[in-house]
Design a protein around this ligand. Structure first.
Ligand code: PMP
Length: 366
């Protein structure tokens, strides 16, 4: 028997398929300019803060009771926000869209089942597959990191995954999928099709959402979040829209009372203040397009993005660029294909710092 000092994870009877895995971790470093986790750079306006404080105050009197297990009022508010004829019965909410995705894998994946995504994409999809014992199938993208519909359909038809995960706009490439492509892939799939629309509010005006395909596709799920455009990443509220039968499936796997009364109250206030909160989106998108033009202007490649981040390259030593930016107080993300880096769009001031420091770094290290 080892002493407590010598004891480590390898000594525990951990599931064999979890051995050797490393935890997910975008570095949480307290840099002065944090452009690494695709949050909205604008803090909640003071009117929203006040409204949240009073909503929390009035919910605290009931904190000795469990919250509404079905989050009925919140789900009705989310349905009203989404439109498309959706009602509370089409909506499910949890602690971030990560938890929603986990519940989807618990219900439709699991041992002996598979999920397919198209990499590079949101790495957590594969992690949730692994922790829910779902086999992960990584479908490829084309040389420009775009989804190739013909290849994707062929892969789906050949491997018949139980879950197909699409991300639109895609993280980290920023590509938005045409509805016709989603329809083609959904027609080819025999299992569930998930469209992760975490960044949808940043798409160019007129971009259609996969929500419009729900009425004709009972096996389609669209996931969204309040973490990005809504600027509520700290609240942890994600949700999905789908056929009511999918909601019944979620009820089978969710923990009882998974969504705290405080979270529900905060999310409802954010939704009630949505015009004010979402008014920051325009500034973020303008800054995104200006930053893309600037990066191209200094000779870098930038992928067209419909989200609040940009993937730029090609850098002979991306790690050196990432690290030197961090030394100068600018934290971006070393993610995506080798030679590329991702920058989240911050405020105009933060982006001015990013531009100045990146230029300096590129002069000094490549
Ligand atoms: N989907 C995508 C594509 C994301 O990039 C993220 C966050 N990085 C999420 C889902 C999860 O967000 P949350 O759990 O905060 O809703």
């Amino acid at each position: 028997q080892k002493s407590a000092n010598e004891f480590s994870l390898t000594d525990l009877p951990l599931r064999p398929d979890l051995r050797g895995r490393v935890p997910y971790g975008a570095p949480q470093i307290d840099a002065p300019v944090r452009l690494n986790t695709n949050e909205n750079p604008y803090p909640p306006p003071s009117t929203l803060v006040e409204a949240m404080v009073s909503a929390v105050r009035s919910s605290t009197g009931e904190l000795h009771r469990y919250p509404d297990r079905n989050a009925t009022e919140l789900r009705a508010d989310l349905a009203a926000y989404l439109g498309h004829g959706l009602t509370a019965g089409h909506i499910w909410a949890a602690n971030g869209s990560n938890e929603v995705l986990q519940q989807i894998m618990q219900a439709f994946g699991g041992l002996g089942r598979s999920a397919m995504g198209f990499d590079p994409s949101y790495s957590v999809h594969a992690i949730i597959a692994a922790t829910s014992a779902t086999e992960w199938i990584s479908g490829a993208r084309d040389d420009d990191f775009r989804l190739d519909p013909d290849k994707a359909v062929a892969a789906i038809e050949e491997l018949r995954p139980d879950i197909v995960l699409l991300t639109s706009p895609n993280n980290p490439t920023g590509e938005v999928l045409d509805l016709e492509v989603i329809e083609r892939l959904a027609a080819a799939a025999t299992g569930m099709v998930v469209v992760d629309e975490a960044y949808f509010e940043f798409t160019r005006p007129g971009t259609p959402s996969a929500l419009s395909l729900l009425a004709s596709n009972p096996r389609l799920i669209v996931t969204r979040t309040l973490s990005k455009a809504f600027g509520m990443a700290g609240t942890r509220l994600g949700y999905l829209a789908a056929h009511p039968a999918v909601i019944e499936a979620m009820e089978l796997v969710r923990l009882p009372y998974h969504l705290s009364a405080v979270t529900q109250a905060m999310a409802r206030v954010a939704l009630a203040h949505r015009d004010e909160v979402l008014s920051t989106v325009e500034a973020v998108c303008a800054e995104r397009d200006a930053t893309a033009a600037w990066l191209r202007g200094i000779g870098l490649e930038v992928l067209d993005s419909d989200a609040n981040f940009l993937l730029f390259g090609r850098l002979p030593d991306r790690h050196a660029v990432w690290e030197r930016l961090l030394w100068r107080g600018v934290l971006i993300r070393e993610v995506g294909p080798p030679g590329w880096l991702r920058v989240t769009i911050g405020t105009a001031k933060e982006m001015a710092t990013f531009r100045a420091e990146l230029e300096d770094v590129l002069w000094s290290c490549v």
